[in-house]
Design a protein around this ligand. Structure first.
Ligand SMILES: N[C@@H](CCC(=O)N[C@@H](CS)C(=O)NCC(=O)O)C(=O)O
Length: 212
């Protein structure tokens, strides 16, 4: 049984929960982090000295950093489609996983912080203009990359789709001047057909409004 420490409305927790459910793993999630149990106790800080969510415990394995957790789960429990054993196939996919969880997600989160976390009185439109200028070219890159599809590894759904796709709920549900990108739109529609995505990545962020 895998234990996940982290609140459902954290995008990093969503990445891990989507992976666990996509892989059909036995698990229990405990509400920790903003508005829930504290991540600042000695006990929690022993698991993650950053005091952030998520953390997982799987037997003797205790880990933080959602992208590392995704790779651990994929390598331990994934099929060869989900986590290719051939480095020549996995490496280029991992490039997109790294880019998706790092560069792309960080840019989406700038728009998220502006539109959701900041109280309206502190929203400077220049923040949104800068965030949009950063995000649009990245979204265009993902649109071009997924044009062949249906998944980042062609017909095979993999860990890289989770790293890139987990943040698309926020990308598509936030109110911002989103460009019309047909391939990316269709990719999101395909993700929404996956029950584990609907249940664990499409999670309301209403409780986070104005909490910065
Ligand atoms: N790079 C880390 C980021 C962890 C992180 O910043 N988590 C946020 C939520 S997405 C957090 O812990 N926020 C404070 C809290 O919930 O108490 C990861 O991917 O796991």
């Amino acid at each position: 049984m895998i234990k996940v420490y982290g609140r459902r409305n954290s995008s990093s927790v969503q990445l891990v929960m989507w992976a666990i459910n996509e892989l059909g793993l036995d698990h229990e999630r405990l509400d920790f982090g903003h508005g829930h149990a504290s991540t600042r106790t000695d006990e929690y800080l022993k698991m993650n000295p950053m005091g952030r969510v998520p953390v997982i415990q799987d037997g003797d394995v205790c880990m933080f950093e959602s992208a590392a957790i995704l790779r651990y789960l994929a390598a331990t429990y994934g099929t060869d489609d989900f986590w290719p054993s051939d480095p020549a196939r996995r490496g280029p996919l991992d490039t997109w996983a790294e880019w998706g969880k790092g560069t792309f997600t960080e840019a989406v989160l700038e728009v998220f912080v502006y539109g959701v976390r900041l109280p309206p009185s502190t929203r400077d439109p220049a923040i949104l203009r800068n965030a949009t200028a950063r995000l649009i070219p990245l979204a265009e890159m993902l649109d071009a990359r997924i044009a062949e599809g249906p998944w980042l590894d062609g017909d095979r759904f993999s860990f890289a789709d989770i790293a890139c796709g987990h943040i698309l709920y926020r990308y598509f549900s936030l109110d911002w001047p989103r460009p019309e990108l047909a391939h990316l739109g269709r990719y999101y529609e395909r993700l929404k057909e996956r029950p584990a995505y609907r249940d664990h990545a499409m999670v309301s962020y209403e409780a986070l409004r104005g909490t910065y």
